[in-house]
Write a protein of this length. Structure first.
Length: 679
């Protein structure tokens, strides 16, 4: 499905009461998202170091490459981000140091019974407040820096994974069943973990030094307790969370959606079409162009972006509220010095507690880093994975070739699919020859090995033994891109790219002529898909399953009589077409491919299972009309003019329809079985 539905807060459930339609909608644009908000619901102010070090030692090369790659992607942003992380880790030590200084002034004044050094105290407090203010401003700024750096890193590794996965051929894909968990976020998460671990070690060292200057704290009752919880309460209620609102979220950035659309084409279900259509470069180029247009626009989730764009004033107030307990000490010291019962005001407990949590963080980050290194290693291993189908050195077509089409032959070919039961052969000692320009129909029962011919002749797989000869040379000697430019396939396994327009789906048969509407319309007509285009609202521009990100919060439902519900109802939806219509559109793509004038071999493998007899006849007639300069193979249950009959992975019989009926062999038997079905 192209529609990605993310629903952290369910939109469905018990229906809320209907609301008046005069609700005002506020539209926000956050990164690549559009957020339509109807109402705000809440808006009020055991660790083994030796084992870990050993794991790090084994993965040191991975860490080094990771750091070099990420720093190389955005050096200035990463440098600033690292400085901010160091500051974040050390600022608590500095805050605690100033707090200790303030409390020590008070303590000395009380113990010596001298007049309180008001000037020194006020200066220390002002310094503390200035530090808090600067820290809050830096923190607000660093969020933007980190978001930009993360976006660039994710784009880099999206590109990395797209190329690595698109270059996997079918045999290699069967060897990589466990790489789906790898994503572009893994390197960034590992880098963040490494950075967090490093900075927390700095903070731990700072707290250890400061502990020598801490003293006991006192108890000041209910008021003091309330002041201590003011900071977390403000943080909890003042920040607005999108999950608590009635809203609709949609990704609207066309470049971001284009990237996701093209990235979805790396999936396994499209691999046959990508490889046989020679579309790898088209996808990579389109993906990179969209990425460049997107630039540094954040692709973080709308929830994260909404939270980060919270009011700077509220954030500053929350930060200052953390010092309310200290203000209580100061006020009492200035206004009622005699009421102070604090013997030692600096808090050893605060330092010890902070240090304890820091150590827990260090342990947790170290453990996470060990896991992240392993996963990043798997990601980098994809780059080293070489295709099983090796590229050749010879250009195709060779200098000496027939203008009538491709000459093909199999010589003592044996083949078993990867992962097949030992001894189970799809083809067993098969030999035959197809001359240039011939039309051959291969028939046989299911499991007899018919489609395997197409996969070997188009070099999606290589034989286990024997040879496939193309125009006098072993097929493995030819360059794969050259060979695939000369081959067109139409099989029951080919799919539509539902996240692309129908026009682009057809045009992918010949990407170089993607903008030629005349050729696309002619291909649609030859494939029997012209009527489909006329009945759709957007015609050739129709996208059957548009790639989008749409979800809602707080139970927004389409049947509500509200403006927001109407907006939800009008979002882009999937368009359904029948199985037969899909086959016609896929067939149109192969006719578009003929426009390259480079096709010398056409393989058609049971592409008409969902077509009615009239549509099937039209398709095959159009294919035969386009035979000039092409060798054609039809793999089918039907029976044709020139036929090879398959059984148990071998060619059982060879000849014309009349000749094979006369022999009364396997072909004769299958023909009579099929004929009886119509009696």
């Amino acid at each position: 499905m192209g529609t990605s539905t993310v629903n952290p807060s369910p939109c469905t459930g018990d229906k809320p009461s209907k609301r008046a339609p005069q609700t005002r909608i506020e539209t926000l644009h956050l990164g690549v998202y559009r957020v339509m908000v109807e109402k705000q619901i809440s808006s009020i102010f055991s660790f083994d170091f030796a084992e870990t070090l050993d794991s790090w030692r084994s993965g040191i090369k991975v860490l080094r490459r990771l750091v070099e790659d990420i720093v190389g992607i955005a050096p200035a942003l990463i440098f600033i981000m690292a400085l901010m992380k160091v500051w974040e880790s050390l600022k608590e030590v500095l805050f605690l140091g100033l707090e200790t200084k303030i409390l020590r002034i008070i303590e000395l004044s009380l113990s010596s019974k001298d007049r309180l050094a008001a000037r020194a105290l006020i200066m220390a407090v002002v310094s503390r407040l200035l530090l808090v203010t600067c820290s809050s401003l830096l923190s607000h700024w660093s969020q933007n820096v980190e978001s930009r750096a993360k976006t660039r890193v994710l784009h880099h590794y999206d590109d990395f994974l797209l190329i690595a996965r698109l270059r996997m051929d079918l045999p290699k894909l069967q060897d990589n069943e466990t790489d789906d968990h790898l994503s572009a976020t893994l390197p960034w998460e590992a880098f963040e973990t490494l950075l967090e671990l490093s900075t927390k070690l700095f903070a731990a060292a700072g707290h250890l030094g400061l502990m020598f200057h801490t003293v006991r704290s006192g108890n000041h009752g209910l008021i003091f307790g309330a002041l201590c919880v003011m900071n977390p309460l403000i943080e909890l209620f003042a920040r607005q969370h999108i999950e608590s609102m009635r809203c609709v979220v949609e990704a609207t950035n066309t470049d971001y959606l284009r990237m996701l659309t093209l990235k979805s084409m790396e999936s396994r279900e499209y691999r046959l079409d990508i490889l046989s259509g020679n579309l790898i470069q088209y996808i990579i180029t389109g993906f990179r162009n969209a990425r460049e247009r997107l630039g540094d626009t954040s692709t973080d989730g709308a929830e994260t972006l909404y939270y980060n764009q919270g009011s700077l004033a509220v954030g500053l107030i929350a930060a200052l509220a953390g010092d309310f307990p200290l203000m209580y000490y100061v006020a009492n010291s200035l206004l009622k010095p005699s009421s102070m019962s604090v013997t030692t005001i600096a808090s050893l407990q605060q330092s010890a507690l902070s240090l304890r949590w820091l150590f827990w963080d260090v342990f947790g980050q170290a453990d996470s880093l060990r896991s992240d290194i392993s996963r990043v290693q798997q990601l980098y291993d994809l780059e080293k994975a070489t295709p099983i189908i090796k590229d050749g050195d010879e250009s195709y077509p060779p200098e000496k070739h027939s203008d009538q089409g491709m000459a093909l032959s199999l010589e003592h070919v044996e083949f078993s699919y990867p992962g097949s039961k030992e001894g189970k052969k799809a083809l067993d000692d098969v030999s035959f020859r197809i001359g240039p320009g011939e039309l051959v129909v291969i028939v046989g029962a299911n499991g007899s090995g018919k489609p395997t011919f197409v996969k070997l002749l188009t070099r999606l797989y290589d034989v286990n033994s024997g040879s496939v000869i193309v125009d006098g040379q072993d097929i493995r000697q030819y360059k794969l891109p050259d060979l695939r430019k000369s081959i067109a396939t139409l099989t029951q396994d080919h799919l539509l790219f539902d996240q692309l327009s129908i026009e682009e789906n057809i045009g992918l048969g010949f990407p170089e002529a993607m903008t030629d509407k005349t050729l696309i319309n002619k291909a649609a007509e030859m494939g029997g898909a012209q009527e489909i285009l006329t009945k759709l609202n957007d015609g050739p521009k129709t996208v059957l399953d548009p790639f989008s990100i749409q979800y809602c919060h707080a139970r927004v439902q389409e049947d509500e009589d509200t403006e927001l519900a109407a907006a939800l109802k009008n979002l882009r939806k999937r368009v359904e077409v029948s199985g037969g219509e899909r086959q016609r559109l896929v067939a149109a793509r192969i006719f578009m491919r003929f426009n390259s004038h480079e096709i010398r071999f056409v393989a058609v493998d049971e592409p008409s299972s969902a077509l009615d007899p009239e549509g099937e006849l039209q398709l095959f007639n159009n294919l035969r009309e386009a035979r000039a300069g092409k060798t054609m193979i039809f793999v089918t249950h039907r029976f044709g003019h020139l036929t090879k009959c398959m059984k148990d992975g071998k060619v059982a019989e060879y000849g014309s329809h009349t000749e094979l009926l006369a022999t009364q062999g396997e072909y004769y038997k299958m023909y009579n079985i099929q004929a009886k079905a119509f009696d």
